[in-house]
Write a protein that binds this ligand. Structure first.
Ligand code: AMP
Length: 293
């Protein structure tokens, strides 16, 4: 695995790979790698023999009161994990490399970015789409892999690729979970032992909604109420939203149907966690997770 910090370094290595006839896969991350990230690498390697990973904690997607400065970082650990997962090229730019010229020109994320996460984190998706567009222009991947875990982000990136005609195939990979159902996330490292247990509420609420839908309930108010009920009385856990939405435009679905997404965001102590599920799809992890928190 080669590690580069410059844009020219990435372009040279990608040109070399292409000259050998290799397809290029790409996995953008903010580092502090876990098995969710590494599953994306495996998915990229299945489709392209040359995989690029970027690690960049992107300042423009954090609000002024958010955790940019404290976001977990582990340079040596990440490098070892990326290497053993089979990453060919690791791109670790500095803030200056990515934003030296300007932060004034951005990708406008449109109305989808005002919903859910965007309503709570104004400007977040402008930051996300701008950095992803820049990284796409640097890496020029044939295939780029993102996680379903960040469902709204994946939906917006798909919309950007369509709207701006990026020549890249997108793959959205299923969420990787801990054995108790908690979606893996770099931010789980913020949780105390006690909070870590309470964090189970998110996946259990999703399981509750998923199984009610499977047994025939399609009324969104009833489904959402049942999901929120899982959080009831939990000390120091606050739901920001739990919603059944249409998968393409993320608008609230008055009546649930197969293919709708259930998105949840909650604060456990000071840590914001996200999760989601797709109704009507069999999700293996649910069978091994107890229903009650
Ligand atoms: P991040 O480093 O949090 O920006 O995430 C980088 C990529 O990994 C994004 O496409 C995320 O959606 C994806 N990702 C994060 N957590 C998981 C997970 N538990 N399972 C699958 N993909 C994930």
């Amino acid at each position: 695995m080669r590690v580069v910090t410059s844009i020219a370094g990435v372009r040279g290595a990608v040109d070399d790979a292409r000259a050998k006839g290799l397809k290029v896969g790409f996995v953008p991350t903010m580092g502090y790698l876990h098995d969710g990230h590494l599953a994306l690498v495996a998915a990229s390697r299945q489709r392209a023999p040359f995989t690029v990973m970027s690690i960049f904690v992107n300042p423009t997607q954090f609000g002024p009161k958010e955790d940019y400065a404290n976001y977990p970082r582990d340079e040596a650990g990440d490098e070892a994990k990326a290497r053993s997962a089979g990453v060919d090229l690791l791109f670790r730019p500095t803030r200056d490399t990515m934003y030296g010229a300007s932060t004034h020109i951005t990708v406008s994320a449109g109305p989808l970015a005002d919903l859910w996460e965007g309503a709570i984190r104004p400007g977040h998706f402008t930051g996300v789409l701008t950095i992803v567009a820049k990284l796409f222009n640097i890496v020029t991947p044939d295939v780029a892999v993102f996680g379903q875990k960040d469902f709204q982000q994946a939906t917006l990136i798909r919309a950007m690729v369509d709207a701006l005609d990026f020549r890249v195939e997108l793959v959205i990979h299923p969420t990787q979970r801990e054995s108790d159902g908690l979606a893996m996330s770099s931010r789980n490292s913020y949780l105390s032992a006690d909070e870590r247990i309470r964090a189970r509420c998110l996946s259990r609420a999703l399981k509750q909604v998923h199984s009610m839908f499977a047994s025939g309930e399609t009324g969104t108010p009833a489904l959402e109420r049942a999901g929120r009920q899982v959080f009831a009385g939990r000390k120091d856990v606050a739901v920001d939203y739990l919603a059944v939405v249409h998968p393409d435009d993320l608008s609230p679905a008055p009546e649930a149907r197969a293919g709708c997404a259930v998105m949840v965001a909650a604060r456990v102590g000071k840590t914001r966690l996200l999760d989601n599920t797709i109704l009507g799809e069999r999700e293996e992890w649910m069978s091994s997770v107890p229903a009650a928190p």
